[in-house]
Design a protein around this ligand. Structure first.
Ligand SMILES: [Mn+2]
Length: 302
């Protein structure tokens, strides 16, 4: 597969479009929904990227009608994300989504121009529940199963040009905080999984790279999705679900660089930073560094 589609869509690869999606369970600025706003307003993310040579523009997704139900609002947010991502791409900017929740991936991937899109997804969790086995009632635990076509069939198709990504075209890295039913669902799937966890510390990176190499055969463009809780909790607490035995920044940088060398990156997302669990502000600095490293590994300034 030749990576021409993405070459065409990145005429000015130093121009970024930050797309703020400040929602948690479709509520604005609540919990993880406050993360994108804090990174932009309090930690000057745009200024930091500017200083690295990027031309940065920011848009924020507006809050949907609060009279609608949570799930209706969630899909409306995703339809709006798809519009913002499409706008960024036609303006020659690489979309960088800052989202409270991981379901932003549904809108973002819908708008990426690619014949065969692959997904590199970093997360401590699988986000792979389906409505029939989910116990938490937390919609976002179904983000990846919706993206891969196992959940919410009618609603996901309301996102313009949404396409299901085949499970074999997804590499999930750092997943480790799993209920037994969730681990079983992963093991029965075709996702390329590089598990985190104590006994996987020595093999995680190798496994991720092997899965990436296999996935590259069938895709032409990559979407990179990073839930901040993929990182080891020694960096601080990204959100209420932070877990030990996660990725180091060095591992993350090497995996992302491998991905970039294999296929062009069409869009990037950073999700799930909850400032209310980062009481000393330690994780905010880590989040900014993570974004700087992943962006500079994937989007090269001129
Ligand atoms: Mn997640």
């Amino acid at each position: 597969v030749t990576p021409t589609a993405a070459d065409r869509m990145q005429p000015e690869p130093w121009a970024l479009q930050l797309i703020a999606v400040p929602f948690h369970s479709a509520q604005r600025a609540v919990g993880m929904g406050a993360g994108p706003l804090a990174l932009l307003a309090e930690h000057d993310l745009a200024g930091r990227l500017n200083a690295r040579g990027y031309d940065v523009s920011i848009v924020e997704i507006e809050e949907p009608d609060l009279r609608d139900g949570e799930i209706a609002r969630t899909f409306e947010i995703d339809r709006r994300i798809a519009g913002a991502v499409r706008g960024a791409i036609s303006a020659g900017r690489v979309p960088v989504v800052l989202s409270g929740n991981c379901n932003s991936s549904l809108g973002t991937t819908a708008a990426i121009e690619a014949k065969h899109l692959g997904v590199l997804w970093f997360d401590a969790h699988a986000d792979f529940d389906v409505p029939d086995d989910n116990l938490s009632g937390f919609f976002d635990v179904m983000a990846l199963s919706t993206l891969t076509g196992s959940s919410w069939a009618a609603l996901r198709r309301t996102i313009p040009s949404f396409r299901e990504v085949p499970e074999r075209d997804v590499v999930l890295v750092g997943v480790r905080d799993l209920e037994p039913y969730q681990r079983e669902r992963l093991e029965c799937s075709s996702l390329g999984v590089a598990y985190g966890g104590e006994s996987e510390q020595g093999t995680l990176e190798q496994a991720a790279i092997a899965h990436l190499n296999a996935m590259a055969e069938s895709i032409d463009t990559m979407y990179v999705h990073l839930d901040f809780d993929c990182l080891d909790d020694s960096y601080g607490q990204a959100n209420e679900f932070a877990a030990p035995w996660g990725l180091t920044l060095e591992q993350l940088a090497r995996i992302v660089a491998t991905a970039r060398d294999l296929r062009p990156v069409g869009a990037i997302a950073f999700t799930a930073y909850d400032p209310s669990f980062d009481t000393d502000g330690q994780f905010a600095g880590v989040a900014i560094r993570t974004i700087e490293e992943v962006v500079s590994a994937t989007v090269r300034p001129a």
